[in-house]
Design a protein around this ligand. Structure first.
Ligand code: FAD
Length: 142
């Protein structure tokens, strides 16, 4: 299996219903392909972690790269793994205005805004690990 983490710039006029549509498609497709992970959103950007078999993750990531609802997609990590961080989540969703998630970002001196493009692979992995430890408190179910 592999774990891929990227950040991207959300399209400026993205609405709540756009986000709901992204999540609905993600959960349906990911479940069918055995992909799990987390998507975080802030008006300044997305961060997503995708975990699963290499072929499945690459297939979905190829689609994500072409999606006009975001730009400036930057792959931060692409690692072989033997254990998932989000085994129960076809795609957990966290809005970055959440108090716990702000605390996690503040611990990494990121000031509660979106995860920036300059974050290092090591640091983004630590952040994603902290999200996974708090996932049941953080996740918004819509
Ligand atoms: P179709 O639904 O047939 O769409 C065709 C094309 O239009 C694709 O390029 C698609 O990306 C784009 N598109 C579709 N709807 C819109 C829209 N409303 N506005 C603009 N462009 C649109 N999909 C997953 O399956 N799993 C994920 O984990 C996942 N995560 C995502 C994270 C982000 C930040 C974003 C922006 C999208 C994500 N998607 C995810 C959606 C993914 O990009 C595809 O839209 C989806 O997989 C459907 O692909 P399709 O080829 O069947 O496209």
């Amino acid at each position: 299996m592999i774990r891929l983490i990227y950040v991207s710039q959300a399209r400026r006029d993205l609405t709540e219903s756009d986000l709901q549509a992204i999540l609905a498609t993600s959960r349906r497709t990911n479940q069918a392909l055995g992909i799990t992970g987390i998507l975080t959103y802030h008006p300044h950007g997305f961060m997503q972690c995708l975990e699963g078999e290499r072929e499945a993750v690459e297939k979905i990531y190829a689609r994500i790269l072409c999606d006009s609802r975001h730009t400036e997609v930057k792959t931060l990590t692409y690692d072989t793994i033997d254990k998932r961080l989000f085994p129960l989540w076809a795609m957990a969703y966290v809005g970055l205005d959440d108090v716990t998630s702000r605390e996690i970002l503040r611990r990494h001196r990121l000031g509660g805004a979106a995860v920036p493009h300059y974050v290092s692979p090591e640091e983004v992995l630590e952040i994603v690990q902290e999200f996974s430890e708090n996932v049941t408190r953080l996740v918004e179910l819509w």
